[in-house]
Write a protein of this length. Structure first.
Length: 175
């Protein structure tokens, strides 16, 4: 009697697991592989910087200093801010030899004096202008990546620190 009951239980279990396996295959339970997106920021950044240089209303000399804040990310992609800021700095210093870029250490010292957190990299424009003024910067470069799908948008604003006026604004598409 026990053998028959055991055999019947095994048979029912086997039949039910086969139907469960069919349901799993039908519903595509297994996840598809995710695709990685490789984006070229360098071309977009270089185009914007060259457009700033060709603008006749913007003047660069040895006394001019520039504060570049961290890139704001308003998109669904992961960005490495330090690498992107380095791309900005390299592109600017390659094309403009006579400009001083405010370093991160002096910005962090100013943040400490003003009571701002050193870890807070997403500053508002007002806070960034205040930091720029305290570091005697002439211009503040604000940048933001936007978009959920390709093409993504890179928005760059060059702000005159003395007045807070946006003297250059460009939105560049990149893929």
């Amino acid at each position: 009697m026990n053998k028959i009951l055991l055999l019947l239980t095994f048979f029912l279990f086997f039949i039910s697991s086969c139907s469960l396996l069919k349901n799993i295959k039908k519903t595509n339970f297994f996840l598809e592989k995710e695709q990685f997106i490789f984006l070229s920021f360098e071309n977009a950044i270089e185009n914007v910087i060259l457009e700033i240089l060709n603008n006749k209303n913007i003047f660069f000399s040895k006394k001019i200093s520039l504060y570049i804040s961290t890139l704001k990310n308003k998109s669904n992609i992961f960005l490495e801010n330090t690498k992107l800021i380095d791309i900005f700095k390299k592109t600017i210093s390659k094309n403009i030899k006579k400009i001083h870029i405010v370093d991160i250490e002096s910005i962090n010292r100013t943040k400490e004096k003003l009571g701002l957190s050193k870890n807070n990299n997403t500053l508002s424009i007002n806070e960034a202008i205040l930091l720029s003024r305290n570091n005697n910067a002439t211009y503040y470069l604000d940048s933001c990546v936007m978009g959920d799908n390709k093409p993504f948008l890179l928005k760059v604003q060059l702000i005159l620190v003395k007045t807070g006026e946006i003297i250059f604004c460009k939105i560049q598409k990149f893929y």
